[in-house]
Design a protein around this ligand. Structure first.
Ligand code: SF4
Ligand code: SF4
Ligand code: SF4
Length: 166
């Protein structure tokens, strides 16, 4: 696989991370071609996750905003740039960093308590405190765990699983 294609599948365009598109967005190339930049998905989004002025491609910007998968955006899209044929709605997942309090032996499970999908597990550690571990299959990439983290240790990223589902 060439470097450009590998970068695209890893969610990067050139040296830049690819922007997060709304859920149910088609592939970046198809999305850019089909999206009329009308902004209807942006104005339909009740959580404020989607941004982008008329005339620009919409983006999803997390923390504090999140996605509740209400589907208002896909229903508002008249051009099929967002389509229910896309499943799952996106390949985004939570990513944890070393600024998590458990890395300095402070007990915290706030993110796990906020996750409706029960995707954040805290497997017991021998001789240490439990650290968060993501269940990649269960995580929906909703972003609800980001704003509750006291150290900002969680971000949303493109799942590497994209590589096996081009
Ligand atoms: S599914 Fe709902 S909350 Fe999520 S981006 Fe679309 S309109 Fe916003
Ligand atoms: S909420 Fe933040 S600090 Fe607490 S366990 Fe989760 S990632 Fe770590
Ligand atoms: S992004 Fe959503 S589903 Fe994934 S771990 Fe965070 S709260 Fe749970």
């Amino acid at each position: 696989m060439d470097i450009a294609r590998r970068s695209f599948l890893r969610g990067r365009i050139g040296d830049q991370p690819a922007p997060f598109r709304p859920p149910w967005a088609k592939s970046e190339a198809e999305f850019a071609e089909l999206c009329s930049r009308c902004g209807d998905c942006v104005t339909s989004c009740p959580t404020g996750l989607l941004t982008g002025a008329r005339g620009r491609l919409p983006q999803a910007v997390f923390a504090p905003a999140y996605c509740d998968f209400c589907a208002c955006c896909v229903d508002a899209c008249q051009t099929d740039a967002l389509s229910r044929t896309v499943f799952p709605p996106w390949q985004l997942r939570a990513v944890f960093s070393s600024t998590c309090l458990t890395h300095v032996d402070v007990i915290c499970r706030t993110c796990g308590e906020a996750c409706d999908a029960a995707a954040i597990l805290f497997p017991p550690q021998v001789g240490g405190i439990a650290r968060p571990r993501l269940d990649e299959e269960a995580c929906t990439g909703c972003g609800e765990c980001l704003p509750v983290c006291p150290t900002g240790a969680i971000r949303i990223g493109h799942s590497v699983a994209l590589e096996s589902h081009p």
